[in-house]
Design a protein around this ligand. Structure first.
Ligand code: ADP
Ligand code: MG
Length: 500
């Protein structure tokens, strides 16, 4: 049995406890790997899946005397992202050393940004729902900051019985840390937030958003409070690498905290890890041994400065982002917000849709792309980039419907043929005799036959004209779906003596 949660997004924001409702407060720190060919401060490659330690320059290995040199492309990517998040761009920012010891951090410090990040406050609109009325609600989640920093290498403990190995390929790769305000109020909102953030990053081309490959991961801060009360003490769940796990981790963690508080206990501010096998979070380190990173400005690097023209140039070349696209689809193409949201979720889907819709009915195009194309892709586990039906082919099917050459029903069959075998839809219809029958003589014959065979239904339909639809269905069946439905409808009504 599946239990469907029918609570509204509003209601979902509260978790009932023994002492009444609790509110969950969530803030996310997302690490997004910058899309760039080379690392933040060196020329080594960032390609994923290379042989261990093959993408390591002397800078990344922290050889004595090596000096970091900022990669301009990474700076541009961070600014683009800031613009996409409608954020404050800081023309002057500072790189600091964040000192800590880790076997996969040969420098002994991470170059990051602390007091003066490259990007300040911004925002992301998320949409949650549907509620019982089918409505979606747009909620604004504040962005606190975005800063640039280096990634560390990777220790590998499972390669040798007595030794640990280290792979420094990731060492020095540019990351953007995007910190949200504690504005998120449920696991659904958190999932919507990270989904939207990933969509924006992908539209911008600043991060591939691939959580499986670790190019995007989140630290999830969770606390609970009585509605409207003071913020509670938070716990931070480190390195969550899937959207589903993030939802599970929040649900578990919020309930864990509520149970402690309702038992009269206190929450220790600590760092926790999510165990996907158990569906639980467990303590990793408490605040008592929290690090003192001894941040200070990196003496090897000058403050990062650029002028307004640099930002303006990047702003000018920014692509249309999902929110603006959604607005345009609703405004210019008459789509519902819901349909438009689905179509803009990925830039490639939106592009596909726009090609199909060009010069055609937007709503019809949206229906076919969402229900038929995305439905079929979903079922076969394919992404839009692997679609066997091109926009031209789908457009061709729509044209055949519009011109009355095929019925909507035959169009579904035609779609399946094109999906499986490819080919030009018009030619397939021609070759396989799928054209709609508009010849009234043939349709009339079929209508007469159905009427003659069902005298009872005829009686009923005369009394209750709605039942004419049943006859239309029978005639469509009898003609293998090829009769023109409008012609059938008209003939049925005429023969039954039902007024239009
Ligand atoms: P740090 O983790 O480095 O100490 P911050 O204190 O700025 O950094 O907070 C990091 C994240 O924790 C932010 O995303 C912020 O929104 C979130 N956060 C802050 N206070 C709370 C709270 N009481 N409950 C949940 N999240 C919180
Ligand atoms: Mg933190």
């Amino acid at each position: 049995m599946t239990i469907v949660d029918t609570r509204t997004p509003e209601a979902k924001r509260f978790i009932p406890g023994a002492t009444g409702d609790w509110e969950v407060i969530i803030g996310l720190e997302v690490h997004a790997q910058v899309t760039s060919n080379s690392k933040l401060f060196s020329g080594a490659s960032t390609s994923f899946g290379s042989a261990p330690n093959s993408n390591v320059s002397l800078v990344d290995a922290a050889m004595p005397g090596m000096l970091p040199v900022i990669n301009e492309e990474c700076v541009k990517q961070a600014v683009r992202t800031g613009l996409g998040l409608k954020a404050q761009i800081n023309n002057r920012s500072v790189f600091d050393r964040k000192n800590y010891f880790y076997p996969d951090l040969p420098q002994g410090y991470q170059i990051s940004q602390f007091k003066d990040p490259i990007v300040g406050e911004g925002k992301i609109m998320i949409s949650v729902g549907p509620d019982r009325q089918g409505n979606f609600e747009d909620i604004e989640i504040g962005i606190e900051r975005l800063h640039l920093e280096q990634d560390a290498g990777k220790s590998m403990h499972d390669q040798h019985p007595t030794m640990s190995y280290v792979d420094l390929n990731r060492s020095g790769v540019a990351l953007m840390e995007i910190v949200s305000k504690p504005d998120i109020r449920s696991s659904d909102e958190a999932k919507a937030y990270i989904t939207k953030l990933r969509s924006i990053l992908r539209y911008l081309g600043t991060c591939d958003g691939n959580m499986d490959e670790g190019s995007m991961r989140a630290d999830v801060n969770v606390s609970v409070r009585k509605p409207g009360g003071e913020f509670g003490t938070r716990c931070e769940i480190k390195n969550v690498n899937s959207i589903r796990f993030m939802g599970q981790a929040i649900e578990y963690e919020a309930r864990r905290q509520i149970a402690i508080l309702e038992d009269g206990g206190e929450i220790d501010q600590e760092t926790r890890l999510f165990d996907p096998n158990k569906g639980e979070t467990r303590s990793m380190r408490s605040k008592e041994d929290a690090h003192d990173y001894r941040y200070f400005p990196d003496p090897d690097l000058l403050p990062l400065e650029f002028d307004d023209a640099f930002v303006a140039e990047l702003a000018k070349n920014l692509p249309e982002l999902p929110d603006e696209k959604r607005e345009r689809f609703v405004r210019d193409m008459g789509l519902t917000v819901y349909d438009a949201s689905i179509l803009v979720s990925e830039a490639a889907i939106a592009d596909y849709f726009e090609k199909v819709a060009a010069g055609r009915d937007g709503k019809a195009a949206a229906n076919w792309v969402i229900n038929d194309l995305l439905g079929a892709l979903n079922k076969s586990g394919k992404g839009i980039e692997d679609t066997p039906v091109s926009p031209d082919q789908l457009g061709g099917i729509l044209d055949l419907i519009k011109e009355g050459v095929i019925s909507g029903k035959i169009a579904k069959d035609l779609f399946e043929i094109v999906w499986n075998e490819g080919g030009d839809p018009a030619k397939i219809v021609e070759d396989r005799g799928m054209k709609q029958v508009t010849d009234t003589g043939a349709i009339e014959k079929a209508v007469d036959e159905v009427i003659a065979a069902n005298p009872d239904q005829v009686e009923k339909a005369r009394a209750k004209p709605n039942l004419a639809g049943w006859f239309v269905g029978q005639v469509m069946k009898a003609t293998g779906g090829k009769a023109n439905p409008q012609a059938v409808q008209a003939l049925v009504k005429q023969k039954l003596g039902i007024e239009e």
